[in-house]
Design a protein around this ligand. Structure first.
Ligand code: F6R
Length: 241
């Protein structure tokens, strides 16, 4: 793992955007794996600015988001589909038909999960995957567990995650209890990974991810086995390193 530490979220975001833009320049039809939440926001903002300056082009790219809440429709402002439109896609030229987010209202969830994995495979796999990390060491919504998850699955969110994410809802009661999420296997198959973590609340999980024993009790430790991971941190998240 390569670890880089930044003075500000802005400079961190610009570095992450530079990596994404280099990927798109080298392979314009890259398949991007994308995350939601606070961590990637500086990246998305920097990418929008680069796009406005004509420095990055999404016209041949495709994207697959990591996860989505079960039971929220795409026009719900708390859904991850909506988040992605609002923070990235409405500003750039990624073709809508090549944007993929698991569908949390699917009538047949099992079918949706299988179709998502198949679509990733048919697109040629993920070239570059953006990740955040939960304070409990989760990546995507792969919560601490007894074994590493495989393909896209349905996940029961832990109380930790519900509490961490209630800031986006009116109250903790309104946070959905389940999500659809890519599995650790999907993430490990990405050719390159950028993990972004900011703030002191992530310091312990970041330390564990880099130095801990590889174990599903801290799902992010799986990344120690990946050959091409760049970890971008602010000083608070890097505090224990
Ligand atoms: C989001 C996701 C989650 C978040 C993590 C950190 O798509 O997969 O794993 O990356 O919960 O969230 P933030 O960035 O909001 O602290």
């Amino acid at each position: 793992m390569i670890v880089e530490v930044f003075e500000s979220e802005k400079s961190l975001g610009e570095r992450a955007a530079e990596i994404m833009a280099a990927q798109l320049k080298e392979k314009p039809d890259s398949v991007l794996g994308l995350a939601t939440g606070s961590s990637p926001l500086p990246l998305y903002q920097a990418l929008v600015e680069m796009y406005q300056r004509g420095e990055v082009d999404f016209k041949d790219a495709a994207s697959f988001n990591l996860d989505e809440y079960v039971g929220l429709d795409r026009d719900n402002p708390q859904s991850y589909y909506y988040f992605m439109q609002d923070n990235l896609f409405k500003y750039v030229n990624m073709p809508q038909e090549r944007i993929h987010v698991p569908y949390g209202m699917a009538e047949n969830i099992e079918e949706e999960l299988r179709a998502y994995d198949k679509a990733i495979e048919e697109a040629g796999g993920i070239d570059i995957q953006v990740l955040g990390i939960g304070g409990n060491g989760h990546i995507a919504f792969n919560e601490p567990a007894e074994s590493f998850s495989r393909g896209t699955g349905i996940i029961d969110l832990t109380e930790d995650t519900i509490n961490a994410n209630k800031r986006f809802f009116e109250s903790a009661d309104q946070v959905p209890r389940q999500a659809l999420s890519m599995g650790i296997k999907n993430i490990m198959h990405a050719r390159k990974i950028i993990l972004i973590a900011t703030g002191e609340a992530k310091a312990k999980a970041v330390y564990q991810m880099i130095n801990g024993v590889i174990a599903p009790s801290c799902p992010a430790t799986a990344l120690q086995m990946h050959q091409n991971v760049i970890v971008l941190l602010d000083q608070a998240a890097a505090k224990l390193l």
